[in-house]
Design a protein around this ligand. Structure first.
Ligand code: RIB
Length: 343
């Protein structure tokens, strides 16, 4: 067993011949507040460094009856959409005095449940979860247990726990309408995880925009089954190799779009000359692609900020309105990936 090389607060105070209270106040940044001399503050900080002092967070948690930590669980941390949200959550949590533990459920509900149990056993004060999005019973259970929790992105209707998501319906409606205004009527939609709320709402946005343009329902093209690069690649290849391909493809997520771009490239096609493209999800590279992409941006900063606010409200004893459901507006970025067929 590795020998402990650091000392605790009491031993540090004894080394300095100071009271534990004085040393604690210096280390908690309260020297000025308690008029502790600058030279004393300097001595304490130097000794803490020399003796490798680090506060015992477990002892602090027991004393405060809270760990000042938040567990964050997302389906895929390697997906820029989620990693940017996590970054915003981490920054805001730190500003509010909380550390963040991050878990990746790998789009697997069993793993998501295991992470919820693990963070709960580690006594996090609250949870922010972007669920896989197909079942909500385990999320109801954690909410009913009294654990402060906020669900983000892949939400559910008729649930009691607070939800922060995007207005996925409006974003998809706006994207489809932009294509229709440019003369496209054969628009293929490559969807993500079927029955997840964001996907359902985006499909409805596409369907309603096509309906408003009087496109017969049997002319709608809806294919695909996951928010993945592979799904985008496979479906776009099939669509573009058909005898009568669509003039436009609307990809329902950032990763699907990457798959579509690979298919277009592999087939030796060019956007928008051969096919117009729109992506749900803005990414840092969207504007810098060979053909700058028209996208629907979700407000990842606002989603993160609101989620932290709601979970801290609960941690601080505020009972949020039951069924609180926040839909944050999306934003369309019009670039060069849509060909105008009207001219
Ligand atoms: O792949 C990321 C997608 O899944 C995003 O559009 C986000 O909304 C999530 O549901």
């Amino acid at each position: 067993m590795k020998q402990r090389t650091s000392i605790n607060l009491k031993e540090l105070a004894s080394q300095l011949n100071l009271s534990v209270t004085t040393v604690s106040r210096v280390l908690n940044g309260k020297a000025k507040q308690y008029r502790i001399k600058a030279e004393t503050e300097q001595r304490v900080r130097e000794a803490a460094n020399i003796f490798h002092y680090s506060p015992n967070q477990f002892a602090r948690s027991l004393k405060l009856d809270k760990s000042e930590t938040i567990g964050v669980i997302v389906p895929d941390i390697s997906n820029p959409f989620f990693s940017e949200i996590v970054k915003n959550i981490e920054r805001e949590s730190k500003n509010r005095g909380y550390a963040v533990f991050i878990g990746d459920s790998s789009d697997n509900t069993t793993q998501e449940i295991a992470l919820i149990n693990y963070f709960t056993s580690r006594k996090v004060d609250g949870l922010i979860i972007a669920p896989v999005g197909l079942s909500s019973s385990h999320l109801n259970n954690i909410y009913e247990s009294g654990m402060p929790v906020v669900i983000i992105d892949r939400s559910f209707n008729d649930v009691d726990f607070p939800v922060v998501t995007s207005n996925n319906y409006q974003g998809a409606f706006d994207a489809t309408f932009e294509l229709l205004k440019n003369g496209h009527t054969k628009i293929a939609l490559i969807q993500g995880l079927q029955n997840s709320q964001p996907n359902t709402d985006r499909v409805m946005g596409y369907v309603d925009a096509m309906k408003q343009w009087n496109i017969p329902h049997d002319k709608l093209i809806i294919v695909g089954n996951s928010f993945s690069i592979e799904n985008g690649f496979i479906q776009a290849t099939k669509l573009l190799q058909a005898a009568d391909p669509p003039t436009a493809i609307f990809a329902l997520s950032n990763l699907i779009t990457l798959g579509v771009l690979k298919a277009v490239s592999d087939l030796g096609l060019v956007c928008p000359e051969n096919v117009s493209l729109v992506s749900f999800d803005e990414q840092a590279y969207s504007a810098f692609l060979n053909t700058p992409m028209t996208t629907i941006e979700q407000n990842r900063e606002e989603i993160g900020l609101r989620a932290v606010n709601y979970v801290l409200d609960q941690i601080n004893g505020l009972r949020l309105k039951k069924g609180l459901f926040l839909k944050i507006d999306t934003k369309i970025h019009l670039r060069k990936s849509i060909k105008n067929l009207n001219i």
